[in-house]
Ligand binder design. Structure first.
Ligand code: WTA
Length: 635
């Protein structure tokens, strides 16, 4: 039996038992046998969820890029590491071998060093899904710089907030990006952001679209000539297991985005181990995750997890609808993809289109289908299973978070029997608990509660950049000695978990986490707006969409209001990005509030979802009369 690669259900139960009975011994064996370390740890784990402080493999030294690149060179120099599939299918795909990837990462590492980047510096990466993105992320890791990748759909405002929060010295971007038939001027967005970022000394610019850009003297440099002139080898920096590897921002229910900090050792071990098992990856397979590297799914399961296993991973620049709705399946056929990992929102969007888009292509290479980012509804699950998997490829519904670094609850394909909409069993080493609102653990089966994790796993985020108190308050104070996920879940009669959704003010729209507070802040800055409240409501494709209740300073005419709706969405686009735009905007004269002045979102959620049969007791509100008005005019 191999603890590293689980192939039978019996084995899963045995290994799981081991991993929770003696976690230190278990993870020590995995870490020792499957990774290269410059020096070994003094201690496998020390932890205290009250401080909170979590350390894995303390005292060990390594460089994650030696595990992702160098160690594969003797056997895989000519094996494809990354297949780059461009936005335009007429442009040829690139097959980047481990040898070539190693060389490009080394060159990039030298460029970083030549431009003043040292171990511990923060580098902001604002790039489309082009090979330079992978080179940059890995080069940061190689020199010990902390990468902060910002999804290239965020606005200049959102970018500036993230750059300043972790004090980046450098930004790496491109002239522009392609998304379907659109071209986006990324460098222009960076230029605007940097007007508010005094700490940024250098901007490196990759060329992708050939669009016109302004290069600022002494700050901006074209990347290509630097790479061409850089030395093609570079020693990897010795990193401590607990040194930060990257910061990645995620939305909170209040305040500014949280820079989750992941560290080198534990993150590497856990993402590699989960990748191997949850995708049942075998040498020679071609694996494709459609996420963007700007999100955690791309970090862990396009770059680090696959490369640590010497896998072939596809990087796709485009969108599922371009040039038509068959694009995903065309790519699957073209590269003979074996494992395919996407989000329910994409599945729902594609399921709405004609089946011919699927039937045209040979999907027989597929062995495993994955889903991530939000609950997958029954209809989408069956469509995916019947039409893409042809009933033969198990679906792994993987539940996890930016904070968890790797997949936490998921079937293991060909091992765990699947049930639609259930993420099924905790992965090896993961100890979930369901809690009631009084803070007690709910035992037994057929119960539901708030999902917590009782024991640390190697890739748990160690802090929020610059705000350890917020880290403690957000995740470790609601339930004593437990990590609180912010999600609700139920456990069925066989012990399978089904994630029911967020229990806080984070709304998941098309798989993207959006906090309500920053959107409300953006709207409230509009001169005509007095106050606003955002809630989610069910949407066929996006899962949830956003509904805004807005109080205007003065009541205007209908025509003016229509313009205002546009302006409010424009305001949101500028402050956050188009992903946070509102589907519905209702102007109201007041918002239902408690006597202490808190907006009763529960009531607004029900109104937005057209579920007003049972609003609960509203008599204790400060302004119960406003509920009827809001309800009568609901959109
Ligand atoms: C939700 C994405 C149901 C959940 C990896 C979580 C899911 C949040 C699933 C984290 C799933 C993710 N089923 N819900 N399989 N996967 N979620 O940080 O609410 O972007 O807390 O990480 O997405 O989103 P994040």
């Amino acid at each position: 039996m191999s603890n590293y690669h689980i192939k039978h259900l019996e084995e899963y139960f045995q290994v799981y038992r081991k991993s929770v009975q003696n976690p230190e011994a278990f993870w020590e064996e995995i870490a020792e046998e499957h990774f290269v370390w410059r020096s070994k740890w003094d201690r496998v784990l020390s932890w205290d969820f009250t401080k909170p402080e979590i350390k894995w493999f303390e005292g060990a030294e390594l460089n994650i890029t030696e595990n992702c690149l160098d160690r594969h060179l003797p056997t895989k120099r000519n094996t494809t590491a990354i297949i780059f599939e461009p936005n335009d299918p007429k442009e040829e795909a690139q097959h980047i071998t481990y040898g070539q990837l190693h060389e490009s990462v080394c060159r990039m590492a030298n460029v970083l060093k030549d431009n003043g980047i040292k171990k511990g510096d923060r580098v902001c990466v604002y790039l489309p899904m082009i090979p330079e993105l992978a080179y940059t992320v890995l080069a940061c890791a190689r020199v010990g710089a902390i990468h902060s990748v910002v999804f290239a759909g965020f606005s200049s405002n959102a970018l500036a907030t993230r750059i300043n929060d972790c004090d980046c010295k450098m930004v790496i971007t491109s002239d522009g990006s392609y998304r379907g038939n659109k071209t986006i001027d990324l460098k222009g967005i960076v230029d605007v952001a940097l007007e508010d970022c005094p700490g940024v000394e250098k901007v490196l610019v990759a060329q992708r679209t050939g669009g016109k850009v302004k290069m600022k003297k002494n700050r901006d440099l074209w990347l290509k000539p630097l790479l061409d002139n850089a030395y093609a080898d570079s020693d990897a920096e010795r990193m401590k297991a607990e040194d930060p590897l990257f910061v990645l921002y995620t939305s909170g229910s209040t305040g500014k985005p949280k820079g989750m900090v992941h560290t080198c050792g534990g993150y590497m071990v856990y993402t590699a181990y989960t990748f191997k098992n949850i995708f049942q990856y075998r040498d020679g397979d071609v694996y494709w995750c459609t996420a963007d590297i700007g999100w955690i799914t791309g970090h862990s399961y396009i770059i680090y997890g696959p490369l640590a296993n010497g896998a072939t991973t596809v990087m796709f620049e485009g969108v599922p609808s371009y040039p038509d709705y068959g694009r995903f399946w065309e790519v699957v056929e073209k590269h003979k993809v074996n494992q395919f990992y996407t989000a329910p929102t994409a599945i729902r969007a594609l399921a709405k289109e004609n089946l011919e888009h699927v039937e045209k292509y040979d999907l027989s290479s597929l062995k495993v289908l994955g889903s991530v980012g939000e609950p997958i509804n029954e209809e989408a699950w069956h469509w995916y299973n019947n039409n893409i998997g042809r009933g033969k490829s198990p679906i792994v519904d993987t539940w996890w978070q930016t904070e968890t670094g790797g997949i936490m609850i998921s079937p293991i394909p060909y091992v765990t029997p699947t049930t639609p909409t259930y993420a099924t069993l905790p992965f090896i080493g993961i100890q979930p608990a369901l809690m009631d609102e009084e803070g007690h653990e709910i035992m037994g089966i057929q119960v539901d509660g708030r999902l917590c994790i009782k024991f640390p796993w190697p890739s748990i985020a160690r802090t929020i950049w610059g705000d350890h108190d917020r880290y403690r308050d957000t995740y470790f104070t609601a339930y004593k000695n437990k990590y609180f996920t912010g999600d609700g879940a139920l456990r069925d009669e066989v012990g399978y978990y089904r994630i029911t959704g967020r229990v806080d003010d984070v709304i998941i729209v098309s798989g993207h986490n959006l906090g309500t507070a920053p959107i409300e802040d953006a709207i409230n800055e509009h001169p005509a707006v007095a106050e606003s409240a955002i809630v989610g409501f069910p949407h066929d494709i996006k899962g949830n969409a956003l509904y805004g209740f807005v109080i205007l300073k003065e009541i205007g005419e209908a025509r003016v209001k229509d313009n205002l709706r546009k302006e409010i969405n424009q305001q949101i686009t500028e402050h956050i990005g188009p992903i946070a735009k509102l589907d519905k905007i209702q102007f109201v004269s007041g918002l239902p509030k408690t006597r202490s002045g808190k907006i009763m979102r529960r009531i607004l959620r029900k109104i937005a979802s057209k579920d007003t049969e049972n609003l609960g007791d509203i008599s204790t509100l400060l302004n119960p009369e406003v509920v009827k008005e809001v309800m009568d005019n609901a959109l």
